[in-house]
Design a protein around this ligand. Sequence first.
Ligand SMILES: Nc1nc2c(ncn2[C@@H]2O[C@H](COP(=O)(O)OP(=O)(O)OP(=O)(O)O)[C@@H](O)[C@H]2O)c(=O)[nH]1
Length: 383
Amino acid sequence: MRLALIGVGQAGGKVTDAFLEYADRTDSDVVVDALAVNTAKADLLGLQRVPVGNRLLIGTDRVKGHGVGADNELGAEIAQADSEEVLDAVADIPTHEVDAFMLVAGLGGGTGSGVAPYLAKELGRRYEEPVYGLGLLPAKDEGGIYVLNAARSFTTFVREVDNLVVYDNETMSGAGDSLASGFARANEQLARRFGVLLAAGETDGRAVPEQVVDASEIINTLACGGVSSFGYAASPVERKRGFFGGKKAADASDATPRILSTVRQATLGRLSLPCEITSAERALVVVAGPPELLSRQGVEKARNWLEEATGTMEVRGGDFPVPDADEVAAAVVLSGVSDVPRVKELQGIAIETQQSMRELSDRSETKLADLLSVTDGDLEPLF
Ligand SMILES: Nc1nc2c(ncn2[C@@H]2O[C@H](COP(=O)(O)OP(=O)(O)OP(=O)(O)O)[C@@H](O)[C@H]2O)c(=O)[nH]1
């Protein structure tokens, strides 16, 4: 599947950069073109891969290139005022080569969270290709304003995209990491996991899959709309070196159980958005690895297992042979999930935050009035 990627806000831009880095590294052409949209000039300057001409600074008359400071209502206003600029840049993308648009945004901030849903709406109106969102939820310790932003943006974004794939920053591994290195690793993992899925149908002819997962399989999986979660797991393959240093074929005796256990791990392990898997409407599984380890029986068994585990009949799947790969990897998409405790939790905290912000603002007004009121005498303001 070939994407036009639009990273919005700081997180959106960084994840887009990571996708481009992955595509370069693996010599894959899953990203047809990529744009980065931001209200903060510094964030755009910090990007490494998005071409300079594809970095769009919007809202300069309102925020002078300094970002919206986690105010996603302002982000949404700027999107409404300046979206033409972005849509003009999208018009330069060769859309005949594009299977879908994907908007990437951190939902906790102000720019990505406010601008991405509006762009989704406009793209949906103008293009036939599906418009997907990749939304990043804030981790639990990020604070009330981020959670409130995320809850409001989530509701709007889901409504405007054909499917919202969610990555919860709470699932980021690496407790001892600095924030920057934690994000960098999470972004790299995101790009790799998506990369396997997207590249599966874009074979370069070096190794042809038995069951191809092409763009239409992904589009049909996501066509039920709503929210998606994805999982990934990999099992390392031991390989001996041949006489001339090349890699020998891997031992294929345990190919079927290996595929099955990797797919189970991808589904039951840490999902990008933890959810009740039986609430999924559709599912997709891609098994990637050295061709000699991609047994047809293994892929079929894995698909049957996924059907049973999720209780859905609509499970698509296939293989993605990668000669010389050092692992067998499984990428699983659970589409249209509806039992997601984390979203309910987020909404609960958001409502509380909203309420206390209102109370605090009312109280501050009264306190200021108290502070300014003079009891003994009269103080005239200057004008
Ligand atoms: N996964 C991931 N999440 C990130 C990254 N950077 C920031 N975030 C998350 O994104 C949210 C903040 O969004 P940003 O993208 O920084 O904010 P913004 O959209 O640029 O908006 P403003 O800074 O308010 O103008 C927080 O919830 C962070 O946890 C990143 O590189 N990767």
